[in-house]
Design a protein around this ligand. Structure first.
Ligand code: SAH
Length: 218
């Protein structure tokens, strides 16, 4: 069996055993998780573990999130396909690629330029082109393209960054892990008549959202 075939088998197994088995049901989310070649988004030395049930290092002290976490967060965003999406924390570009398949356009921000450049190459390599990569402090959002119908934050925040909430459109949804530096709770923040409606889901652990409206760099 060739390598591509093995990766495809591993990916189907990942979706079935780690994602469907734990209750993710959105058929569109399951389909894109089966489609996007996650092994192209991890460093070569980790390729054989790309479909394992865990986050993996991507350099600069950052990680690509666990596949299940990517699936759950994407499902919670409830994308319909027409949205302009803001993602904070490009990392490997994997989550951006998943979002791009399910929406109109993704603006993905990271503060580390090397990660952003590599993520751009990764998404190009799998033929996803409706993403704009920006190197900036995402805690200030990206006012140039606001408002966004959906916001996904893939780093742990001390609070909902106010400028980002301001850039969310009315009835828009934001998925964000909020807590201290060691553990957070995954939340969905909706904007209803200009106010926050917050639902809390489960405990999780992300790397820090570092910036003016996040954690101070240490
Ligand atoms: N979504 C990524 C994983 C994110 S890891 C993936 O699919 O691979 C978290 C990322 O958030 C890191 O790359 C880190 O550099 C970035 N980050 C942390 N603080 C940030 C900020 N203020 N603005 C933008 N990116 C930030």
């Amino acid at each position: 069996m060739d390598e591509t075939h093995n990766f495809t088998l591993a990916r189907n197994r990942m979706v079935q055993q780690q994602i469907e088995a734990r209750g993710v049901t959105d058929p569109m989310v399951l389909a894109v998780m089966r489609e996007i070649p996650r092994h192209l988004f991890v460093p070569e030395s980790y390729q054989s573990r790309a479909y394992d049930d865990c986050p993996l290092p991507i350099g600069h002290g950052q990680t690509i999130s666990q596949p299940y976490m990517v699936a759950v967060m994407t499902e919670l965003l409830k994308l319909k396909g027409h949205e302009k999406v803001l993602e904070l924390g490009t990392g490997s570009g994997y989550q951006a690629a998943i979002l791009a398949k399910l929406s109109r356009w993704v603006y993905s921000l990271d503060r580390i330029s090397e990660l952003s450049a590599r993520a751009h190459r990764n998404t190009d390599a799998c033929g996803v082109s409706n993403i704009t990569f920006v190197v900036a402090d995402g805690t200030k959002g990206w006012p140039e393209e606001a408002p966004y119908e959906a916001v996904m934050i893939t780093a742990g925040a001390p609070t909902v960054p106010e400028p980002v909430f301001e850039q969310l459109s009315e009835c828009g949804r934001m998925v964000i892990p909020v807590g201290d530096r060691y553990s957070q709770v995954l939340k969905v923040v909706q904007k209803i008549k200009g106010l926050k409606k917050i639902e809390s889901y489960f405990e999780c652990r992300f790397v820090d959202l570092v910036g003016e409206h996040g954690w101070l760099d240490t």
